[in-house]
Design a protein around this ligand. Structure first.
Ligand code: DLL
Length: 433
């Protein structure tokens, strides 16, 4: 197997040296965090006044965990560690309510992120010879721009196609002889299904590899995409709070994802007791940024469940690997790669004067893609109106939901008493994928 490094010195560094550097960067990160109103208060509460008090990891572990809710509470600038004029970009993702969680980046932050992305792509064997079609959404979501800068750094020809418009994706793939793509695994499946209906033969494409991520998927899903397209598929993991894609990536051995430990301090905890877990045990990933200037995050709880694989990888990288993400500990749904909290839907539904008290959220597979259906019980009066009014109401609710969660659901309107009622905790979310 041929192993390709982007930054051999860092990727194959002496592990002791890596750990020593982590501690140095941790102190710098804590010093940066102390400049933010949020962490200043948080750290003072546990008696930490200065970064100089961090002399070991044990000192650091006195600091409480940071959660998505903390980010939301600190909106918009409570976790910003630099003057706004040093910030060159922000990305945002869904919060549990309408308030997004925002991560700011300075120019050096973007540079570090691009380096991690370049490293990640090089680990899969990508080079400057690749034509890279990026089918992840460009925008506030990190999937598009995240790998874009890394691929440019690598010297690949980047096609910033963004997501959707399958016919155009095929055209671009044929016109420019795309060799590698970046998409959600469900979109890769969808793409394959559309090949036939568009009358395109696999042989017309020059595709060799796909980087897939942004949503949970199994080893079988990977194998299926590999078999269908006859390509190599690599798992890509990240979250916007830790920049986005480029946190952990598979190398050519495809035995788990290397976490770039020079940029992220990784912990694995029991999500109930919050105690640290041994390598090999399944638990929740917790990350601390080690290099980020604008938005340092300390001990951020990802809610993602996985295992740390402690055995060295044959590729020679010293950065530890994590197993495929098994699921999440919270109720966040990932629908075609987009994060959606049921509470966001509830907020929209319950604000409607027409809605009753009961609703249901159903997610299922429609072909290869995910489909979201929101079933809502509405007041009797709605049904006595003209059918055209009902359709208009359905559209209006669809538009409101799209504005909040960015995806278009199917909206079903029901009379009172149709949806099941619950005596105890209501079950409103049915994930049938
Ligand atoms: O999904 C960043 C990303 C973009 C990663 C493109 C990979 C490729 P968020 O929108 O903040 O960021 O969602 C982060 O998505 O906490 C996981 O639950 C889930 N997730 C991301 N990658 C994977 C993966 C981007 N490879 C949340 N496997 C994370 C399973 C994943 N889940």
């Amino acid at each position: 197997m041929s192993v390709n490094y982007w930054n051999k010195k860092v990727e194959t560094a002496d592990r002791e040296e890596l750990l020593r550097q982590q501690l140095e960067d941790l102190k710098i990160t804590v010093a940066r965090a102390l400049k933010t109103p949020f962490y200043k208060k948080r750290l003072h509460q546990v008696g930490l006044e200065s970064a100089a008090e961090i002399t070991s990891l044990d000192d650091f572990y006195r600091i409480p965990f940071t959660t998505k809710n903390d980010l939301r509470d600190a909106f918009p600038y409570g976790m910003l560690a630099v003057p706004v004029d040093e910030v060159v970009r922000l990305h945002a993702s869904s919060g549990t309510t309408g308030i997004p969680t925002v991560i700011y980046h300075t120019r050096p932050d973007i540079e570090v992120w691009a380096e991690l992305a370049a490293r990640s792509m090089a680990a899969t064997g990508m080079t400057s010879k690749d034509v890279f079609q990026n089918m992840m959404t460009y925008g506030l979501f990190t999937g598009g721009l995240g790998l874009h800068y890394g691929a440019e750094k690598l010297g690949s020809l980047v096609i910033p196609a963004s997501s959707g418009n399958t016919r155009r994706q095929f055209q671009l793939m044929k016109d420019f002889k795309t060799t590698s793509v970046h998409a959600t695994p469900s979109y890769m499946h969808h793409l394959f299904n559309k090949l036939q209906s568009e009358g395109i033969s696999r042989r017309e494409l020059s595709l060799k590899k796909a980087l897939v991520g942004a949503e949970p998927h199994t080893e079988d899903v990977r194998k299926k995409i590999e078999t269908l397209f006859k390509i190599d598929v690599y798992n890509s993991y990240g979250l916007s709070e830790m920049n986005g894609p480029g946190v952990a990536f598979e190398c050519v051995y495809k035995q788990g994802m290397h976490v770039w430990e020079d940029s992220y301090l990784m912990e694995l905890i029991d999500p109930d007791s919050l105690e640290p877990l041994e390598d090999g045990a399944e638990g929740e990933l917790v990350f601390t940024t080690l290099k980020r200037e604008a938005t340092p995050l300390l001990r951020y709880r990802t809610r993602d469940l996985t295992r740390v694989l402690d055995k060295p990888c044959e590729c020679g990288r010293v950065h530890r690997r994590i197993a495929r993400i098994k699921g999440r500990t919270d109720d966040m749904l990932i629908i075609n790669g987009v994060n959606v909290f049921p509470s966001q839907i509830e907020e929209v539904v319950m604000k409607l004067p027409e809605s009753g008290t009961n609703y249901q959220i159903v997610v299922e597979k429609a072909g290869a893609l995910d489909q979201l259906t929101v079933k809502i019980e509405v007041n009797e009066t709605v049904f006595s109106d003209d059918a055209r009014d009902l359709n208009a109401l359905r559209r209006k609710i669809g538009d409101y939901l799209k504005a909040s969660i960015t995806i278009s659901p199917v909206v079903e309107l029901h009379e009172h008493g149709i949806l099941p009622e619950f005596e105890g905790k209501a079950q409103r979310v049915f994930d049938r994928r």
